[in-house]
Design a protein around this ligand. Structure first.
Ligand SMILES: Cc1ncc(COP(=O)(O)O)c(C=O)c1O
Length: 370
């Protein structure tokens, strides 16, 4: 008999725990026809910035736009170079190009998958304007040395927090270190909408205003276009849904942390698996639980045969994608990202995942090793 399929993420399970609140919020938006901007968007922006203790939140249509809007407002222009990690989702770097800049990749570290601060300085040239650390999988990048380098060279820092809502570095929330931080609320993210959504937070008033103006056709009032902009709005329905989910994000984060510990404890003695390493000064929020295995593809197939869905985030590091063939990068330039790309495997993890499912995942991994 085929066993029950274990999904990678089960969004329905989360919805069922807060169905009444979500349904009421959606009904309220419809009743008031508050579809574009309006009170729900305002409330969400206020509450999201309050969560971080930042002065401003500028909502937008998705996490990719958030990066683009930030870099546009930071004034990226042709010839400017922006340093970004070699292993991330392509949004981090495609938006550098969209903003008119040049992508400069920096290798990640082997163990935490985030940009390696020790390698950043050698990437800096007179054209460098900024750094985008990505808190990949939910573990904060090593922000102290990154900020020290940025200060020394007068560079801006844009934190890509798409996978790291409420993660902390040395006790401080990520998103509050750099000049500005971008978030994605893609449905599967730790704080997920029911469609696309994104936001930026910053303490810089001038930057916040520039970002809001650019995201809203170049003007904050209808008909008053200071510049040309784009149309990147958080819609009222998503804002209302996100405000409901904000009430639960802390509990869900703790749930993810408990589930991740459950895996880590049970995988500790499995020799062939390298469980994710968490650095003692960082609070990981486990957007993804990423193990490494020398026969990753064999293991993934073995798990698929047992009805367990896994994902590879991300199978090809950015410099080696066809999208960046113009740079002619060689594997030797990014040895850590290269080593990780063929070994990483993300296991099913979400706050509601039953322990019995996790036991099945662990048993299946053990049976592959045997
Ligand atoms: C690291 C990272 N940056 C940016 C994004 C872009 O977010 P969105 O999908 O909302 O455009 C994502 C989402 O997948 C991401 O994982």
């Amino acid at each position: 008999m085929q066993e029950e399929r274990i999904q990678f993420v089960d969004l329905q399970a989360q919805y069922l725990t807060i169905k009444d609140e979500i349904d009421a919020a959606i009904t309220d938006v419809i009743k008031n026809s508050a579809f574009i901007r309006g009170p729900h968007v305002k409330t969400f922006e206020e509450r999201f910035s309050a969560l971080f203790g930042t002065d401003h939140c500028v909502s937008c249509a998705n996490g990719t736009d958030a990066l683009y809007i930030a870099m546009h407002a930071l004034g990226v222009k042709p010839g400017d170079e922006v340093i970004a990690p070699a292993h991330s989702w392509i949004s981090t770097t495609e938006t550098i190009t969209q903003a008119g800049g040049k992508v400069v990749f920096c290798d990640t570290t082997l163990d935490d998958f985030t940009i390696d601060p020790k390698q950043i300085e050698e990437k800096i040239t007179p054209h460098t304007v900024g750094i985008i650390p990505v808190h990949l999988y939910g573990q904060p990048a090593d922000m102290d040395p990154i900020m020290a380098i940025a200060r020394k060279h007068n560079l801006w820092v844009l934190e890509d927090c798409a996978q790291a809502h409420l993660a902390r570095y040395k006790g401080k929330l990520v998103g509050t270190f750099g000049d500005v931080a971008s978030f994605s609320f893609y449905p599967g993210k730790n704080l997920g909408a029911m469609g696309d959504a994104g936001a930026l937070i910053t303490n810089n008033e001038d930057l916040a205003e520039k970002m809001a103006i650019f995201a809203r056709h170049g003007g904050l009032k209808k008909g008053d276009h200071q510049t040309e902009g784009i149309n990147s709005r958080l819609d009222g329905m998503q804002a209302a849904i996100l405000s409901v989910k904000l009430n639960h994000i802390q509990k869900w984060t703790e749930g993810r942390q408990r589930k991740a510990s459950y895996y880590s404890e049970r995988l500790r003695d499995v020799q062939s698996v390298r469980a994710p390493r968490v650095f003692p000064d960082r609070e990981h929020v486990w957007h993804l639980y990423v193990i490494r295995h020398e026969d990753r593809d064999g293991l993934a197939k073995h798990l698929a045969d047992k009805s367990i869905k896994t994902v590879i985030n991300y199978p090809v590091a950015l410099p080696f994608l066809p999208a960046y063939s113009r740079f002619n990068h060689t594997p030797e330039e990014f040895p850590n990202a290269l080593a990780n790309q063929s070994r990483i495997l993300s296991l099913p993890l979400y706050p509601e995942i039953p322990d019995t499912f996790m036991d099945r995942v662990v048993d299946a991994i053990r049976s592959f090793q045997a």
